[in-house]
Design a protein around this ligand. Sequence first.
Ligand code: DAU
Length: 304
Amino acid sequence: MLDKLTYAGREENFHDVASDERFRFVRGAIEDPDAVASTLDGGIDAIVNFAAETHVDRSIAEPDAFVRTHALGTYVLLEAARERELRYVQVSTDEVYGSIDVGTFTEDSALRPSSPYSATKTGADLLVQSYFHTYGLRATIVRGSNNYGPYQYPEKLIPLMVLNALHGDALPVYGDGMQVRNWIHCTDFAHAIGHVLAHGDPGEVYNAGGPDEQANIDVVRRIVTLTGASEDQIEHVSDRPGHDRRYSLSSDKVCALGWTPRVRFEDGLAETVAWYRDNAWWWEPIRSGEYRAYYERQYGRSLS
Ligand code: DAU
């Protein structure tokens, strides 16, 4: 595994596999060809590009890292795969399609990204497809919906709300909170990526969406109930600029390959809340570190 360990990456996130003899960790950037080359020494037959700057709010405030990682980083990995004739999987996002009020996106839907995050992810997808068409690289793309589960950095909706609820902090809902997301448990998404790596056809795109859609305000209300917090903690704050209203993915194509999402949102959310409640060792250093300064910049108030 090659990882730069930027603000959201930590060795604590892979402590449970670190001693496995099949696992090797190299600290470095995907946009650094030397780091990529040293990671690919010996017995590697595929590259799966999970590396990304993922947070939409950060891409609105400071887009430069998004261009570097998604455009340049993907290019460096593609070149490495081409030179060594490796298989390649690009981990992508439903955000490349933009927002959909009714219905659901298929792999043939138009690409209409709306944030610097999703626009640079779209650019990376197009570059991957060009390497298939031009050089015959055995590349596939998996587009996931909103992931949730343990070890997620608390800038994202669910861990942010869980930790704020547990600490008695305000729960900042953007705008009216009626934006809809198509939640997928991280284990289901990981299985979808593995499934495409094993069974996907080169040159193809596969959507992998979760089984349930939820309005943000309903997610937050469920978290209030699961944590025993108070609904009075919910605060409607200024909306995200260019905020996509709804995401919805059709996953029929990857389901036809034999994948199916197993975790229903109600169960996965309850498990996730319990994980955060029981694993303060994991989030305490985050909540007392750089995250506090980010929170103040983003929300204009301090955490308790
Ligand atoms: O759809 C897949 C995408 O899901 C991934 O490609 C992105 O990397 C990932 O960050 C996520 O994007 P979102 O922008 O949908 O996730 P986020 O957790 O930031 O926000 C989820 C929804 O909750 C969104 O409508 C904005 C809203 N929200 C978020 C935060 C952090 C709030 O209302 N308040 C908040 O404080």
